[in-house]
Ligand binder design. Sequence first.
Ligand code: GUN
Ligand code: ZN
Length: 428
Amino acid sequence: MQSDFILQGHVLSYQASPFEGDAPEAAARIDQAVAVSGGKIAGAGSLEHMQALLPQAEVIRHGEKLILAGFVDAHVHYPQTAMIASWGKRLIDWLNSYTFPEEMRFADRAYADEISNRYLDLTVANGTTTVCSFATIHPESVDAFFTAAQARGQRVVAGKTCMNRNAPDGLQDTVQSAYDDSKALLQRWHGVDRIEYAITPRFSPTSTPEQLEVMGQLWAEHSDCLMQTHLSEQLDEIEWVKFLFPEARDYLDTYEKFGLLGGKGLYGHAIHLEERERHQLREHGAGLVHCPTSNTFIGSGLFDMAGLMAEGQNIGLATDTGGGSSFSMLRTMAAAYEIGQLRGVPLHASQLLWLATQGSARTLHMADKIGNIAPGMEADLVVLDLASTPAIAQRSACANDLWEAIFPTVMMGDDRAVSEVWINGKRQ
Ligand code: GUN
Ligand code: ZN
């Protein structure tokens, strides 16, 4: 049962993108309290006003803690949970050595159930309330994940990963089975409770042109679905794509020519983009998903956040577990900050928190439902302790303003900073 309640603390919401105005903090608003009724945000404002709005509601006092929308992780591989932090390889070797053997195990539904629950436990403990995940080629891996998320009332997106070449036997589908299995899963799950299906070709090297074509056909038949894949992550990968698709103008073209470029498309990594690709991605309003801990861990490169934002791209933030080295969106924001620094553009805490909430929700086309605190939005919330460790506490204690108090938690925080998580108005 969802009861009415009011959370008191520093309540952070956004009225605009902090990448668009002059001062990043001006896009944010800080209130004293947020009121929740029937699983939805009733309002944010002074504690007095929220109590007038919901006179019967319990007031949960969080003192100096920060209250914001739950984190939205826009690109993950839940089946890679158990092999996160695997040493020493770059993308293609990493896939062959670690990822594909682990993904083979998801033919076993019991294993898929176990990892789905383990993954959702880990991410909720880190304050993440929505994820957009790749599953494996096995339809059971999608059923397992959606069943676990549904039981928790979580808003999630996932899809059966389609691949019919350049992967081990036992981890390949076919042109026909990719279409049929994806369609059956989509019809079973898309729009059920808070669940959405995403059409999921892994990336061009593991799909034949014929498979990409039927993926494009399925997307055209179900254009309300998201489509997720990978784009221009490593230079070796791009060379391989050029070899496999000699006719293609560039990497993006291998998707574009099969109808796999669109505003509801999500393109993970998008690091080494050519001018034509940037133009086309922007024209379509496609979602680019920045995965900074993965990009440093696998040695992929430095995402051009400032340049891509300046040209009006739609950008979200993600862990890319288990190519990424953490389940934590705090750790992910810290890595995004560091990559920004290496490119000469420091991101403000307001921008980092926006990327981890609204930015990602926008790429998932869910910004009207999650990723912010505003009346009518779903009550997925996280409460952050801004003094969760002695090292963080001593730094935030001498902050001159709230943003300075928040930044040490963004840079040094982890699951210990997560005091409370609410999903659909229920405490986890
Ligand atoms: N490209 C294709 N598959 C993957 C994957 O599982 N992880 C990452 N980081 N890149 C990919
Ligand atoms: Zn990925």
